[in-house]
Ligand binder design. Structure first.
Ligand SMILES: [Ca+2]
Ligand SMILES: [Ca+2]
Ligand SMILES: [Ca+2]
Length: 440
């Protein structure tokens, strides 16, 4: 079993990477590479929520534990918090029911994009909203902070959210909300190969079943993380919220050499250049998190175990059969193979068009080309994993659904047939499906 995420590089390269990564994932004691799944234990099913995955070395486990401290740490302005931010800690938004989980609606953050030519809002100087400095452009709109250097700043949590204008010099602004999603088990997505993800894609619906999932890329490497599958690896999805949500600048840990399963050289990287240090103007020297602390933080997100399935009773088994027969499993694929054994996340990690009601008008990354969908489709979302789903209401990307039943009934687009089948179920059958979801 190898803890080294799926990578396409040669083994020599892998070994160098491993040496570099030693303080985070010193898993290079084995021959490594793909195909170790025969020896891998199945995804842990006995761990408690908040525990790391099984099979870590002592050093990895220690990095994970230190990482939890970093994840829960509340940064202060003197340590670099801001100049704009939405929260003071990762755990502010990832804490329900335990550290690593999700959050209630009040933690939702806003994204705003100037829609004329998809110029990101952060390019545009708007009073009170300008927040990040290129090259780290982000559409995340932070709520708090003065934007001034800390020597001048008067930090307050009472400022309220920045007012986002409906348009800017005549061009409309697209605004969307995001509700926190849990990160339990997501590190395992790094061990699912590009080939596996691509094998489930059917961008032009060649088989005519109405499902046309396609993979996303960050303009270079295949996406796995985020509600639009816009990000390739855990490092990127750690450094981005550090900067965009907390205003904590960082230097790359592995940078582009941490790219997971890159099948081809990256022609360019969009908004997420993995090698670019982030920086700001708050008067606190950059980077604002130390190299070792960043590595620990990455280790926490990478090694946090998935929720354990509960043993199925008859009702859950009936629900499971309905889930299959209604076509839910066409997108929520129960298990994906990985170099660490099966990943029972109930997702295909692909983008699906979910219809105009769920659409938020935003697109991130450069998705797989498709005849059916234009390059930019604002109604596409990554199939949200369903493991542990009952632990973290509200549901859907902006938290608009209070119950699981509501979440299913709000599906549209490619999931219309599936949703209608669910809607047509007799009440006891519906309850079986929900009961099944509650056992994941
Ligand atoms: Ca800062
Ligand atoms: Ca299809
Ligand atoms: Ca700074």
């Amino acid at each position: 079993m190898s803890l080294q995420p799926e990578r396409a590089e040669s083994s020599t390269r892998g070994a160098t990477l491993c040496a570099l990564a030693l303080c985070v994932m010193c898993a290079c004691h084995e021959s490594g590479g793909g195909g170790g799944s025969a020896a891998a234990t199945p995804a842990a099913t006995t761990t408690r929520l908040g525990d790391p995955i099984e099979g870590l070395t002592g050093m990895e486990r220690a990095a994970f534990e230190r990482g939890r401290v970093q994840f829960e740490k509340r940064f202060r302005p003197s340590e670099g918090l801001g100049p704009f931010y939405n929260a003071t800690a990762c755990a502010s938004c990832h804490s329900t029911p335990v550290t690593g989980g999700s959050a209630q609606l009040y933690r939702n953050f806003y994204l705003a994009v100037w829609t004329d030519n998809f110029t990101q809002l952060s390019d545009v100087t708007l009073p009170g909203i300008q927040h990040t400095i290129p090259p780290w452009l982000s559409p995340v709109v932070p709520s708090y902070g003065s934007g001034q250097s800390h020597t001048l700043a008067h930090f307050t949590l009472e400022g309220g959210r920045a007012v986002i204008p409906p348009d800017y010099i005549g061009f409309p602004m697209t605004v969307a909300q995001r509700n926190s999603i849990p990160i339990f088990g997501v590190g395992l997505f790094e061990f699912v190969s590009d080939v596996t993800i691509a094998s489930n894609a059917d961008p032009d619906d060649a088989d005519g079943d109405g499902i046309s999932g396609r993979f996303n890329t960050d303009a270079g490497a295949m996406g796995r993380f985020g509600v639009k599958a816009q990000s390739n690896n855990v490092e990127l999805f750690t450094r981005a919220p550090l900067q965009n949500q907390m205003g904590i600048t960082s230097n790359p840990f592995l940078g582009s050499s941490g790219t997971v399963s890159m099948g081809r050289p990256a022609p360019f990287q969009a908004s997420t250049d993995p090698n670019a240090p982030t920086f700001d103007n708050d008067g606190v020297p950059d980077p604002e998190i130390e190299h070792g602390d960043l590595g620990d933080l990455i280790a926490f997100a990478r090694f946090l175990a998935p929720p354990s399935k509960k043993p199925f009773d008859d009702s859950a088994r009936r629900g499971e059969a309905l889930f299959e027969s209604m076509g839910c499993a066409l997108c929520h694929i129960p298990s994906l193979p990985s170099s660490r054994g099966p990943v029972d996340a109930y997702t295909d990690l692909l983008l699906h068009e979910m219809g105009s009601d769920l659409a938020d008008g935003l697109h991130f990354g450069v998705p797989q080309p498709s005849e059916l969908s234009p390059r930019h489709a604002g109604g596409e979302f990554r199939t949200q994993p369903l493991w542990g789903v009952s632990l973290h209401a509200p549901f859907l990307h902006d938290g608009r659904a209070e119950t699981l039943e509501e979440a299913v009934l709000l599906h549209g687009g490619e999931a219309t047939l599936s949703r209608d089948a669910f809607g047509a179920l007799a009440q006891p059958d519906r309850e079986d499906v929900i009961h099944f979801l509650e056992h994941l």
